[in-house]
Design a binder for this molecule. Structure first.
Ligand code: MEV
Length: 322
């Protein structure tokens, strides 16, 4: 049986948390992936995750991953037909719990493989079923996901995402982006629930913060959408990132380490920096030029973060289309 399931890691450039409340977000897929490396007939469907000490996950094992797998199987069976029982072996280079969408990538890879097995002669890879199955899986871990993580993981590229609106893929020139793991990530569901509580307690003060995050997404999209050969105004984009970090901190999702890392990146010459994803720990991103990158990487390493340089063009995939 041909292994073909694959999900990307993602970074959220703008609009995290606000996306849960219907605001637009901008997200990009990274080259890090979770992918199916082997599929074999089995007595019952299960998943083996190689880098996690060959962890075996089955739908009835009582773990959150097992429940997530049961949901993926249910959605694929209901929307297509029950796939034959298989053992799916996964490899991954996405750090888990870092805010880079490891749970979304896991769900996308497994759902894509199971869709292909349920409907081997399909002319299209069933993107809507993959997204619905990944959504059901993400609900186990995150309670009320907006959908931005698994949509970006499945579709690749750079996307403007907004709940219940058509996706808008963006075409960007390559822009250097540093992604730094600053500390272990927090539980996304808990962080989302914290913002929800704040909104409930102080709607008049908190709703404008969420609206402002959505407005920053739209302003960033405008800056990024200049037709070539003009280049996006990176200092202006960086300034929007700094504002977004401040608003996210006001929502209570930053930490002293994420603040310090964003500050260190700016001091070392970044155009702008912000936390990315659910916050409470995890990763930050910094926008820079190629020339500035080594100094910023060095500064982030100096405060104990684990930075890596990416090119923000969004890894594209051509095998899935909505
Ligand atoms: C997590 O990567 C992004 C959040 O906005 C949650 C979501 O949109 O589902 C915090």
């Amino acid at each position: 049986m041909r292994p073909l399931g694959l999900g990307h890691a993602k970074v959220i450039l703008f609009g995290e948390h606000a996306a849960v409340h219907g605001e637009p977000a901008l997200a990009a897929a990274l080259g890090l992936t979770t992918r199916v490396v082997h599929v074999a007939h089995a007595d019952q469907t299960r998943v083996v995750i190689l880098p996690w000490d060959h962890l075996r996950v089955s739908p009835d094992d009582g773990t959150p991953l097992g429940q997530a797998l049961a949901h993926i199987l249910r959605v694929v069976s209901e929307r297509l037909q029950p796939p034959p029982p298989v053992e799916i072996t996964l490899d991954t280079d996405i750090p888990s719990g870092a805010g880079l969408g490891s749970s979304a990538a896991w769900a996308v890879a497994v759902a894509q493989q199971l869709c292909a097995l349920a409907d081997p002669h399909a002319s299209s890879p069933h993107a809507p079923v993959i997204l619905a199955a990944a959504d059901a899986s993400e609900r186990v871990f995150h309670g009320n996901p907006s959908g931005v993580d698994h949509t970006t993981s499945a579709m690749g590229g750079i996307l403007r995402f907004q709940k219940n609106r058509p996706l808008q893929p963006l075409d960007l020139p390559p822009i250097p982006l540093i992604v730094a793991q600053v500390e272990p990530g927090a539980d996304t569901g808990r962080m989302v629930a914290g913002v929800q509580r704040l909104l409930h307690a102080h709607p008049a003060a908190v709703q404008p913060l969420l609206t402002s995050l959505g407005a920053l997404t739209l302003a960033a999209q405008d800056l990024l959408s200049v037709p070539p050969p003009a280049a996006p105004d990176l200092p202006a984009l960086g300034a929007l990132m700094d504002i977004a970090h401040g608003v996210l901190a006001a929502l209570g999702v930053s930490t002293p380490k994420l603040d310090a890392a964003s500050h260190a990146a700016r001091q070392a010459g970044a155009f702008g920096a912000k936390l990315t994803g659910a916050g409470g720990g995890g990763c930050m991103i910094a926008l820079c030029s190629d020339e500035q990158a080594p100094r910023i990487l060095h500064a982030l390493q100096g405060i104990g973060a684990r930075p890596a340089l990416y090119t923000l063009a969004g890894v594209r995939r051509h095998d899935l289309a909505l």
